[in-house]
Design a binder for this molecule. Sequence first.
Ligand code: DGP
Length: 114
Amino acid sequence: MNDTIFGKIIRREIPADIVYENADVLAFRDLNPQAPVHVLFVPKRPLATLNDAAPGDAALLGKLLLGAAEYAKREGFAEQGYRTVINCNEDGGQTVFHLHVHLLAGRRLHWPPG
Ligand code: DGP
């Protein structure tokens, strides 16, 4: 896949407010937050979209969600609640083509999102 701004963040070529990291996952605050907590969990090994994930990526996809839950517990808002979202392609509103999980928290989130 082509490189993206998230690849540059992973390689520390451009700055980001990194809040969580493990061997496979990096997480940093969204530049345009939609909630008091808005963090993006990205795989260090890039996939462009969820459509590009293969069965062999199942563990990596799970690690993104487990990372989000671990962060929520660590930061103390897991019990209060949060939302995880993956946008895919045009109708999903995806703008950066390096798969990422949005973690939103810190306010009551509306549903359906519209
Ligand atoms: P999506 O629309 O699902 O592709 O989400 C992309 C998000 O990435 C969007 O909420 C804004 C965020 N974003 C875009 N460029 C940057 C950047 O350079 N740094 C950070 N921290 N976030 C970015």
